[in-house]
Design a protein around this ligand. Sequence first.
Ligand SMILES: Cc1ncc(COP(=O)(O)O)c(C=O)c1O
Length: 378
Amino acid sequence: MAETTQRRATFLGFQPPAIDDEEIDEVVATLRSGWLTSGPKSRELEAAFKEYLGVEHAIAVSSCTAALHLSLVALGVGPGDEVITSPITWPATANVIVHAGATPVFADVRPGDLTVDPERVAELVGPRTKAIVPVHFAGAAADLDPLHALGLPVVEDAAHAVETAYRGRKVGGLSEATCFSLYATKNVSGGEGGIIATNSAAVAAAADALRVMRRGHGSLYDIETTGFKANLSDVLASIALPQLRKIGRHRVIRERHVAAYDAAVAGLAGVTPLERDPRDTHAHHLYVVRVDPAAGAGATRDEYQRALTEENIGTSIHFLPVHRLTAYRRLLPDHPPLPVAEQAGDEILSLPLSVAHSDADIADAIAALQRVHARFSR
Ligand SMILES: Cc1ncc(COP(=O)(O)O)c(C=O)c1O
């Protein structure tokens, strides 16, 4: 295999945003329009998401965290309830369960794709279980059918999953609510932002009422709901709109980068990409490998990450198991071990993947990984 011997001259960011004149022009037009808060651009974004996802309702909010929180509250989750979720996620997924006054219950994940294992979820369902929050990790669809079969409301964390389809059906309208992120690194980005997608008029109405405390236009006003402040600014919606229009073009680039990684890691013993179910459409939000020192990698994930940083290649870790983080050790001191998630937490490494990366950037990341592997596996 041809290997370059040169360390990359400049640091390769892990997930830089892919912004060009389309986003810039749209933001400038919005600023000139005088709308800074939620207005016509947020409505336009909601309409565009509705159409893209093929759902009845899309509600633009300030983050996916807010989308998940509002969805749980809209479904009546509150004190005394339990909500079952995945430990392999950004802590926000569990935090919002706590914010709603309920208790998160973590079910172990499947070793292949690190989405929550429906069998483990089923074992944890009890009289207090009020909802299930699966995570479409890295862009892989969680196994929704057996989760739906449990008969509980499901709120999908689709922060990574705007392009994901489960068994040929696009995520968005498959559960009570599906929550997308428009955070800076996401496949469709507004810098910050989120979308609640649902086919339930009741969930949509409740989430809409909770999204913002509406003020009346006169000097007097009244409120019917003690709402939050989770609406999306038109400035951010103006960044996300062109991003959604470009999603197909961007996907071609992501697929090319993923194919290059697949071909390269196939030759690296002990460095294994997560599984992708051929029945589903993967959003390719993250390219995650497991680094197994005993299977030929010759060093730990942390050693690989440090070596890649020295090679000027930015990587990241998605995710450390949430039940092992300090806040959750305190909240749930007797939490049982989750062996699959905990082993994954030691082994997983996310390689640079962005539409803003050129083919040469990805080739640099691959060459660096090959050099590091050659050194450690000697
Ligand atoms: C799996 C997952 N869920 C939820 C979130 C929260 O998204 P946001 O930053 O839009 O609140 C993230 C953010 O990175 C995430 O990766």
